[in-house]
Design a protein around this ligand. Structure first.
Ligand code: 3DU
Length: 215
């Protein structure tokens, strides 16, 4: 993914027409569109190729299974038009390697969730975050997902992975994180959902976020 604006929109709406309308409005302000279960379960996997007409699509399926199943899932997702897939790392290195193997065949990206942004993410996830980040680095993932709600953790995770891997960071806006703080802490991209798609003017809000990032 090319870094122009530093903004990824999380398209957690449940209607294709709504997603396409917002994508059209914000396309010039975003480097990617993140699509997850809410939209795909509602409208089907074809939303990936539809939205890929506006910007590269990252499929946030937080893939977490045995290697063979992970491989089958990633294959379907890349084949459907995604440029990147978000996967879990707690399933272990064999599962992660399976996902990375498929991504290489499609020239695609794999982002590994290393720590989640919600309050509950601190309990079970945070204690293993450093190890997951190290594993993502060791096996050549594209990057990690780290919490904009805890910039100090983003800074710490950046020190583990160095500059070679990207950090994409959800939690700005509705979850309380601030764009400039998490970019200063070492994130390459912020991921923003509700603040954009619930806005009266998604394009204006996206523009303001991009200006706030200051890339
Ligand atoms: O809070 P928002 O509406 O800006 O959306 C954030 C998006 O990022 C949403 O799709 C959510 O599922 C995803 N995400 C997190 O919020 C936190 C994580 O640790 C990982 C993904």
């Amino acid at each position: 993914m090319e870094r122009n604006t530093g903004l990824i929109v999380a398209m957690d709406v449940t209607r294709m027409d709504c997603a396409v309308e917002i994508a059209g409005e914000v396309a010039e302000c975003v480097d990617a569109i993140k699509v997850g279960y809410p939209l795909v379960l509602s409208e089907g996997l074809s939303v990936l190729s539809r939205l890929a007409d506006y910007a590269p699509v990252i499929a946030d399926f937080k893939v977490a299974d045995i290697p063979n199943t992970d491989e089958l899932i990633c294959e379907q997702v890349f084949k459907a038009g995604a440029s990147g897939v978000i996967v879990h790392g707690f399933t272990g290195e064999d599962s992660l390697k399976a996902c990375i193997g498929v991504a290489r065949r499609y020239d695609g990206d794999i982002y590994v969730v290393s720590e989640m942004s919600h309050p509950g993410g601190a309990r079970y996830f945070q204690p293993i975050a450093d190890e997951i980040a190290s594993m993502a680095y060791e096996f050549g993932a594209t990057g990690i997902v780290a919490p904009a709600t805890r910039p100090e953790r983003v800074k710490h995770l950046r020190s583990i992975i160095g500059d070679g891997l990207s950090i994409i960071s959800p939690g700005v806006g509705a979850q309380g994180g601030k764009a400039s703080d998490v970019i200063a802490a070492g994130a390459n991209w912020i991921i923003v959902g509700r603040s954009i798609y619930n806005s009266e003017n998604p394009k204006e809000t996206a523009m303001e976020l991009v200006t706030g990032i200051g890339i």
